[in-house]
Ligand binder design. Structure first.
Ligand code: NAD
Length: 322
């Protein structure tokens, strides 16, 4: 069966069960993305994603390959730009400025990690907000504070999207978010507040995690500590959305990837749970590509409105490619 043909029935099947399967949920989003990408291409605005890698990429290679594979499956151009580890701050900022000014580039992603002499925050802030498909530019983060979700941070949007698939009514829902990083925990809290949920944010200084987590209808965990949340720490029937990605070593010398929740004990108690791998991760890639389509539409609209005014715009959004 083709990937496109799987979606409808399988999404329903996944939702009948307590496991929120990110591969199936992500697929539904991708089908819409593929349609919109084809429409944009037909009118001369093909979405094109540039992936910036600086230095050694081994840690991120598996994610990058996956992004590329999914993009290409959807008919979206994905281009890798690899810079040597010793590239200077000024050279990187100049490279990003050039991509901002190139009308054929509709989205830019800066792969983590970057060498220690560079600041990921500074590089992400240098990406034009209309090409910020990661949703990490300060103006994209600011938008979610104002309930204006244009291109939100991919992982956070994906995690909230998974909660929506439970069918739970978000207004007034008691939600605990464990982890308050700028890239995951804090944006999740803002996104949930804009949906009307009552949000408690816990972090490394929280005195008693389970006092909070046991009250919650939904628990999001984004910490990076395997087994941090156990079944004893959640309310029966609650949704557990696990964002953690941890590689652990097994006694036989092999290794495996697990989340922050102890899957077996949480599965027994939870009403819904996201597996790791195969949960939030695949939905995150789908949101990245959905943001790319949104970015292309924004740039198209910007270009058209500038031309209506009787002048051609300069950077960042200008003529489509023919
Ligand atoms: P981070 O290190 O920036 O932040 C960790 C957060 O956990 C902090 O807010 C800290 O206060 C909190 N914390 C630490 N110890 C704690 C404890 N004992 N109890 C409660 N809170 C505690 O991490 P991050 O970048 O937000 O990533 C978190 C996890 O999510 C990692 O495992 C990372 O690999 C994963 N991640 C997944 C995706 C995805 O697409 N699924 C994307 C990004 C990050």
């Amino acid at each position: 069966m083709t990937e496109t043909a799987t979606s409808g029935a399988n999404v329903k099947r996944a939702l009948d069960h307590k496991v929120l399967d990110g591969r199936i949920i992500g697929q539904e989003i991708r089908e819409a993305v593929a349609r919109e990408a084809a429409e944009l291409t037909a009118v001369g605005w093909p979405p094109r994603l540039i992936s910036i890698v600086v230095g050694d990429t081994d840690a991120a290679l598996i994610y990058i390959r996956n992004q590329q594979r999914v993009a290409e499956k959807l008919g979206i151009a994905f281009e890798q730009r690899v810079y040597p580890a010793e590239t200077t701050r000024e050279e990187m900022l100049a490279a990003i400025a050039a991509l901002n000014a190139d009308p054929r580039v509709t989205g830019i992603i800066i792969q983590r990690p970057v060498p220690s002499h560079l600041s990921i925050k500074e590089l992400q802030s240098a990406v034009h907000p209309m090409k910020d498909v990661e949703g990490m530019h300060p103006s994209s983060i600011g938008n979610i504070v104002y309930n204006d979700l244009v291109m939100g941070p991919c992982t956070s949007v994906a995690a909230v999207e998974m909660l929506k698939y439970t069918g739970l009514r978000l207004e007034g829902l008691e939600v605990v978010v464990i982890g308050h990083s700028e890239i995951v925990g804090k944006p999740i809290a803002f996104l949930l507040m804009s949906e009307g949920a009552t949000v408690t944010v816990c972090h490394h200084m929280t005195r008693n995690l389970q006092v909070h987590s046991r009250q919650a209808d939904a628990v999001f965990v984004a910490v990076g500590k395997p087994g941090l949340v156990t079944g004893a720490m959640i309310k029966p029937g609650a949704a557990v959305i696990d964002i953690g990605i941890n590689q652990i070593d097994l006694p036989d010398g092999s290794s495996k990837v697990v989340g922050d929740a102890d899957y077996e004990s949480c599965y027994e108690v939870a009403g819904w749970i996201t597996p790791v791998p195969g949960g939030v991760g695949p939905v995150t890639v789908s949101i990245l590509l959905r943001n790319l389509v949104t970015a292309a539409k924004l740039q198209k609209a910007h270009y058209e409105s500038a031309f209506q005014g009787g002048f051609a715009p300069c950077a960042p959004a200008a003529a489509p490619i023919h």
